[in-house]
Ligand binder design. Sequence first.
Ligand SMILES: [Zn+2]
Ligand SMILES: [Zn+2]
Length: 267
Amino acid sequence: MIFMKRFITLSSGSNGNCYCLSSGDHTILIDAGIGVRTIKKRLADHDIDIRSVEMILITHDHGDHVRGLGKLAQSLSVPIFTTSVLHNALTNCGYIDESLSGCVRVVRVGAVFEHRGVKFYPFEVPHDATQTLGFYIDFCGTKITIMTDLGYVPQRGILCASNSDYVVVESNYDVEMLLNGPYPAELKKRVLGEWGHLSNEDCATALQKYYHKDLKGVFLCHLSKENNTPERALEATRRRLDYLKEHYGNEPVLAVLPRSESAEFVL
Ligand SMILES: [Zn+2]
Ligand SMILES: [Zn+2]
C-alpha cells in the first residue's frame, strides 16, 4: 500500500512553531513551540494519532519553538534530535522544566544522520539563538528543506533548497511595515539585522537563487503578526515565481502557512 506523504503545519510564527511530516510509516515533528494538547488536537484533525510521533527535530532554543517540548517529550518519550550545543541550551532556556535526558539524540552540523530510514542533514543558519539549524530532509524520496528564523539565507541553505522538491522558508516581515510599525527601535534593528529574521523581499530573492525546474512547492512560514500580512508575503514571492516558472516551465505550489491554525499539503 502506498501512503500519502504530507507536510502539515500545526502553528507558525512567534505564537509558536510546530510542523509535521507524515506518511503511513512515519510521523516526524519539527519544533514544539505550542502546547501538547494543541499538538494532539491539531494532529487528530488530520487523522494522526499523537502516539505515532516517532521523533522531534529542534531548530533552536527560542520559546516559540520549544515551549511545549518538555511536556511533549515527557508524555511521548521519543528521541529529540538536535546538536549538543542546543541540547545544553534547552536545559537552561527556562521553557522546559522536565528532564529530557532519556530523549537526547545528538546530531552534528554538516553530518547526515538517519532515523528509521529517513535521512536528515542539519546546517546552520544565522539567527540570534544559541545556535539555529535548518534541515534538509530526504523523506522517503521527497526532498524538503526547512529554514525558519534566519537573518539571511546562507549559501548552504541555497544549496539544500536547490536540491529540494519543497522548501519551507521564513517570510517574516514587510520592510515598510516593520519600519513604520509599533516595534521599539532596538527590536526593529534586531529583526532587520543579519541575525534576525528574513524579510519578504529577501525570501523572494533567495527563491531566485535556489529555483530549479523540479521545484514542486514553496511554503512561506513564520509570518510576523505586526509587520506582515499573508497578502504581502505572497505578493513578494509570487512576483519572482511567476517570472521564474515562465522561464523554467514548471508550476510549483506557493502557499503561506497560517499562524494559529493547521493546514496540510500533499507532497
Ligand atoms: Zn521563531
Ligand atoms: Zn527564533
